[in-house]
Design a protein. Structure first.
Length: 342
């Protein structure tokens, strides 16, 4: 089989009967050409399947039309939903995105920043839970716009998109109390970022106190955000039948689904015996049975807002507030029931 050589800009120019610079003007829309000439060039491009060299194009336009996106874990459904929002808006503004997966490792995070700069990205969106001075300093010195999608800012002067964590956990705890639950267990996740875990515990405690319910550390556990961690921690919380919670609030949907399965494996029905609530509203929350009652973070919107902020900064437009906190909602589904007094 003979491999056909790719069409070059010279080929397009020769076939259209124009100069290479004219083809370049049509492709980059850099200088005016007549409609007749423009259409002739576009017809040849379509006929030959010519694809402009992005590097050569960027040298002409001084724009790469690339935005870098750094994610902690590509397989995490939380990050995936944010990425969907980023990709949707980037297409609207004719930008392509380059994704770097860091596996939540700081060394890889820092390497990814250098890699994306070498690729001539015009801005970066970074999904990162663990923000520290080293990371902020590196990003401040790269000379391009950067917007974080992070649950906490760590009091750094950065552009960030998030929701309010303490009010969200407080509202869910109040929701469970309103459903008649008095003994509410808490499994708090995000242990790798103590600031987030502490904020969510704060909201939980405030709701209990305002409703005259005593805080019981025996039914407050901590774990990572995975299904397996939620399963194991719920089993530990429910060990022995004495003083078991009548509801469990888990601050991660994946861990909450693990907790539901732990309840079933221990002989408890969800929600008839124990209600379970989550946090994030990932796609599986609507698919799993029983459907998960959860705090819905607008993950798609968080990504969409972050990429729009970066594009505005690239274009020298006013971004507005540096810190954007989007509204959350309580999604009342099947995993929480009304508890009736016996």
């Amino acid at each position: 089989m003979v491999t056909k050589k790719p069409t070059t800009i010279k080929d397009v120019a020769r076939k259209a009967g124009v100069s290479i610079s004219t083809v370049s003007r049509v492709i980059n829309d850099s200088k005016p050409v007549t409609n007749e000439v423009k259409q002739k060039v576009l017809d040849v491009i379509k006929e030959t399947g010519y694809v402009p060299n992005p590097l050569a194009r960027s040298l002409v336009t001084k724009r790469s039309q690339l935005i870098g996106v750094i994610v902690p874990e590509l397989t995490d459904t939380f990050s995936a939903d944010i990425l969907n929002g980023i990709e949707e808006v980037s297409k609207m503004y004719s930008y392509d995105i380059l994704i770097a997966n860091t596996y939540s490792e700081r060394e890889l995070e820092l390497k990814s920043i250098n890699l994306l700069r070498a690729k001539q990205v015009e801005g970066i969106v970074i999904i990162s839970w663990d923000i520290d001075e080293e990371l902020v300093n590196v990003l401040e010195n790269i000379g391009i716009p950067v917007v974080f999608v992070s649950k906490m800012t760590g009091n750094f002067d950065i552009y960030n998109v998030s929701i309010k964590n303490a009010p969200a956990t407080k509202e869910m705890t109040n929701f469970l109390i309103g459903k008649g639950h008095k003994r509410i267990g808490l499994i708090r996740t995000n242990l790798n970022v103590p600031e987030i875990a502490d904020e969510r515990l704060k909201g939980y405690k405030e709701a209990l106190e305002e409703n005259g319910i005593k805080y019981d550390e025996k039914i407050v556990k901590s774990c990572n955000s995975s299904y397996d961690d939620g399963y194991a921690t719920a089993k530990l919380m429910l060990k022995g039948k004495k003083n078991k919670p009548d509801a469990i609030f888990v601050t991660s949907d994946e861990a909450a689904i693990g907790a539901i399965n732990a309840c079933f494996d221990l002989g408890y029905n969800v929600p008839d015996d124990i209600s379970v609530a989550g946090f994030n509203d990932i796609k599986f929350a609507k698919i799993y049975r029983p459907k998960l009652t959860t705090v819905s973070q607008p993950l798609f919107d968080m990504g969409a807002v972050a990429i729009r902020m970066v594009i505005k900064m690239i274009n020298g437009e006013d971004v507005g507030d540096k810190i954007v906190e989007l509204p959350y909602r309580i999604m009342d589904r099947e995993s929480v029931s009304e508890r009736k007094e016996k």
